[in-house]
Design a binder for this molecule. Structure first.
Ligand SMILES: [Zn+2]
Length: 349
């Protein structure tokens, strides 16, 4: 899919153009900052972003800036407005005038109608004391025939006219009135500008059907393993990894049935479990030797119950090593495999 390209225009040249109601506010500096923040937010959604000027001090005619929209899907020119009455406080998006040459004017209007309420929300604009509106969009005709096509349908605003000349939709965004002290103060807070940029990017992404990429899921950490070397004991290894021997054995008994507190073999690759995976007070079972008691011998089974398959039998007096106890049964090594015998039929030696 081709990316959506948005050209951003910071409304004015220099750092001190258009002072606001609060000392230290300048429209040119604020919208320059805002257009950089908006570029970052748009890029998160995958938009390709251009800027009409390279530096804040670069001067460029407004219609030339509008023509920078050539090849772009949209141009936004960012501003804050000014009025005689300091009470005026509303958002305005100025869209392109209606024409019959393409659909740029329609796109411009649709985007204006989405952006203005989103910005009014982000800026927490109350209803305007004059007309009760939080935002009011409009377009303005030049009154003459700027492009010489015989129709008086051209844009009054140079940046919108320039974009129209290169067949691109464009919107002028007035971020409320810097002649209003509250708006001015709000715009002087960088966190607010970030919030504003995020809201505008979200609004445009919704219009173009773009979503933020799914956050990359943190990959599961590879399990920690320890390869047994000469001199290792379960207790030593457990201490090294800050776990208990019982935890170490529990995590490895399925893979190494012969493993006990006394027995590990060089080259075994032990899984080191998370700390606390086994009740820390669980005592470590110590293997012991026992002799088969019944005169007629003792069955060895596959598991710790009479329901398990019989693997064979041991003669009376045979000494076996009990490696684990479970429900009255003892795990032994029988013909190099795991076997289980009833503990009632053996005597500890
Ligand atoms: Zn302006």
């Amino acid at each position: 899919m081709a990316t959506i390209k948005i050209m951003l225009d910071a409304g004015h040249t220099g750092k001190t153009w258009n002072a606001g109601a609060v000392k230290g506010y300048y429209e040119s500096a604020t919208v320059w900052k805002l257009h950089n923040l908006l570029a970052e937010e748009l890029q998160k959604y995958g938009f390709t972003v251009g800027k009409t000027r390279k530096t804040i001090d670069e001067s460029m005619d407004v219609s030339v800036r509008g023509k920078k929209a050539k090849g772009y899907d949209l141009l936004l020119s960012l501003h804050s407005n000014s009025a005689d009455a300091s009470t005026v406080r509303r958002v305005a998006c100025i869209y392109q005038t209606a024409d019959t040459q393409g659909t740029w004017d329609e796109i411009s209007r649709k985007i204006a109608d989405r952006l203005a309420p989103a910005i009014a929300d982000a800026m927490e604009i109350p209803p305007d004391p004059g007309n009760g509106l939080r935002w009011k969009n409009y377009s303005k005709l030049a009154g003459g025939d700027r492009d010489g096509d015989g129709k008086k349908d051209d844009n009054y605003y140079g940046v919108l006219h320039g974009a129209r000349m290169v067949k691109a939709p464009a919107v002028i965004v007035e971020h409320s009135f810097h002649s209003n002290p509250e708006t001015c103060r709000w715009l002087m807070n960088d966190d607010n500008l970030k919030k504003l940029a995020a809201a505008e990017a979200k609004c445009l992404a919704d219009y173009y059907g773009l979503k933020l990429p799914e956050p990359v899921k943190p990959t599961e950490p590879a399990p920690v393993t320890h390869t047994v070397v000469r001199g290792d004991t379960p207790e030593k290894i457990a201490r090294k990894y800050g776990i208990t021997p019982a935890e170490l054995i529990a995590a490895n008994i399925a893979k190494y049935p012969r493993m006990t507190i006394d027995l590990i073999v060089d080259g075994w690759v032990l899984t080191i479990p998370a700390k606390g995976s086994v009740n820390p007070v669980a005592p470590v079972f110590r293997p012991y030797d026992a002799a088969v008691v019944p005169a007629n011998g003792l069955n060895v089974r596959k598991g710790p119950a009479t329901t398990y398959t019989k693997l064979g039998a041991l003669k009376c007096g045979t000494v076996i090593r009990i490696l684990e106890e479970k429900n009255g049964w003892g795990r032994i090594l029988y013909q190099k495999k795991e076997g289980w015998v009833s503990l009632a039929c053996v005597k500890k030696r």
